[in-house]
Design a binder for this molecule. Structure first.
Ligand SMILES: Cc1cc2nc3c(=O)[nH]c(=O)nc-3n(C[C@H](O)[C@H](O)[C@H](O)COP(=O)(O)O)c2cc1C
Length: 221
């Protein structure tokens, strides 16, 4: 015998299915939220550990004996460094004497978005090394800024505001002396400009950088 056709009310089977779906969705949402909360701290700790491992590697072998993490200076926006967010400066000391500074800054004008950079500069104003920490540049094109994909980023070590001279601080395509990545002028230009801007900031603020208290926030306070 066929079931009588119900009129003017929701089919109980459809209502049941709806309730089950809603319950499953609620359980899934709760599980995702719980997992996110549990992993967030671990992700932040891993990112910090990765950054700290990277720090010494851009120093080109300069001797130092201070705790780099404890030397961190957060430079709040607005600042003269590349990027629209707070920058971090790690002060590098050897027997309390300043020997270098490490900058975590952001080039805002990458091809596919911001490029987070680690830039080391020695006390005399020469770049000790540059590394791309985070970016979304195109694989095989702009992503060749990664040291494990090409040597391009190594060319900055040894540069300073006078080498190449200031008018030549640009990629070759723009009349400068710095090699661009083939087919990735936008990415290359963004990094060249960010390194140059960081060098200018270091030149203008060197004394304040090394005398500011680790928790004081701004080098110009
Ligand atoms: C799919 C695609 C992805 C690209 N990715 C990048 C990139 O990551 N970085 C970059 O500088 N240019 C990238 N380009 C190339 C730029 O559009 C531009 O042509 C290049 O930066 C060269 O600029 P120029 O002609 O001023 O030298 C990409 C182009 C295409 C079609």
């Amino acid at each position: 015998m066929s079931e009588p056709v119900r009129q003017g009310g929701a089919n109980p089977t459809i209502m049941q299915s709806g309730l089950i779906l809603a319950a499953v969705a609620a359980i899934c949402t709760t599980l995702v939220a719980l997992t996110f909360n549990m992993t967030r701290d671990r992700i932040a700790a891993n990112e910090q550990a990765f950054l700290e491992q990277s720090l010494a590697r851009v120093l080109s072998g300069i001797s130092f004996n201070n705790d780099l993490s404890a030397s961190a200076l957060v430079v709040r926006v607005p600042h003269g460094l590349p990027g629209k967010e707070n920058a971090i400066i790690y002060r590098v000391l050897n027997d309390s004497a300043p020997v270098a500074a490490l900058f975590v800054v952001t080039a805002t004008d990458g091809f596919t978005g911001p490029i987070k950079l680690l830039i080391g500069i020695d006390y005399d104003g020469a770049v000790t090394g540059v590394r791309a920490l985070e970016h979304k540049e195109t694989p095989g094109i702009g992503a060749l800024i990664d040291e494990n994909r090409s040597d391009w980023i190594y060319q900055f070590a040894g540069t300073s505001l006078n080498a190449p001279e200031r008018s030549a601080w640009a990629i070759r395509r723009d009349g400068g002396e710095i090699d661009q990545l083939t087919g990735a002028s936008v990415t290359s230009r963004a990094i060249v400009n960010a390194v140059n801007q960081t060098l200018l900031y270091f030149e203008a603020n060197r004394d304040e950088i090394f005398t500011a208290r680790a928790d004081s926030g701004n080098t110009d306070e």
